[in-house]
Each structure stands twice: as C-alpha cells, then as structure tokens.
Ligand binder design. Sequence first.
Ligand code: ZN
Length: 211
Amino acid sequence: MLPELLKKKSFFFHLYKIDKQIAEQYRAMPCPFCGDRLYFANYFRKPRGEPDGFPKEYFKRFSLCCDNQDCRRLVIPPSCRFMGRKIYWFPVIISVVSDIQGSILETGKFDPSGYLDISRNTLKKWLNFFKNIFPLSAQWQSIRGQVSANVKNNELPASLLNHFLNAKSSIKDGLSACLKFLSKGFEIGVKIRAGEVHAEDDHGLLQLNNL
Ligand SMILES: [Zn+2]
C-alpha cells in the first residue's frame, strides 16, 4: 500500500513544502555559532526512486550559510526528503524497509522481489542499519522519548511508522509525520564550516552515509 503513495508526484511536492517551511524557520533564526544572519545556499541532490516527470525544483536541498565572513558555517535544516547522502529518497527508504520488515514478521523470509529497482545488497544494508545501528544511535536516542513506549526499538522504522499511521487519518499524513519526526534526529552534527567539508559528510551522519 505504501509504495503506491511513492508513485505520486503530489506526495513529494507535499514533502517539499514541509521542507521549505522548516528551512524558512531555520532561516529566521540566528547562526547557532556566532549569532549572525543566515542566508539560503541551496543545492541540488539526485536521489533515486521518484516518479517520472519530476520537476527539477523538487530535487532542491534547502541549505543555509552564515553571513559572517569569520564564521561562514553551513546549517542544514532537517529534511523529510533526504536522508543524509543516501542514494534513495528518504520516504522510499522508510516505506520499503517498513514493508519488508512487515513481510519478514509475517512469513519469516526476506523477499526482495517486489523492489526490482533496488538492489538486494542495498536492501540488506538498510535492514541491517535499522536493526543494528539506528536503535543505538544518538539520532534515535535524541528523539526516542518523544513517542510512545509502544514503539519497538527492535522493529524500526516499521513500528514508528505504524505509530504515526495509527495517529493520522491518511497514509500520506502518517508517513509525512513519521519522516518529519525522524528528520529531527538526523539534524545532529550537520553544522560545519562552509568550504571545508561537504555539509553532510560530518561525523554525525557518517553511519547514515554508509548505507
Ligand atoms: Zn555564524
């Protein structure tokens, strides 16, 4: 059921609008390092897994840079669309991993055949990440307390996604809320000095970037 939603451009536009709104909130805040003004320094990403005919604008990664010449740090706002530098869209990763986890619970088997565009190896890396790395990560620990204890650490992200699907009236709103929630955790460690390292190569996201 979830993958159907991922074939809709309107869903990605919905996430784009959420990202834009969050970025504008960050833009209105002072630089977290020196207190100076932040301005937009957006760039384009090219993840995989979107519907055909996707407008270029949807690939825009909102990013901010400090106006102070002595600081010049980048501030990367949380995103519902991009998961670090993953090669697939964030909603694709969360939906597909949750779907596979559900079928493993049901059948006891890992069956990658329904996800023809994504390699078996990539799927296994995602499953391993959410089983063995993410539950122990600072990213998850920083937001864990904000959701019900019924969300199971050993069934992430499926258990978290179900939590939001149950709380919302549509799959679109449930998945969006889940992504927005997770993005808050991935905000850690993405503020670095412009020009020194790529924004999302920072140590806080290294584990995510190895997927
Ligand atoms: Zn600054």
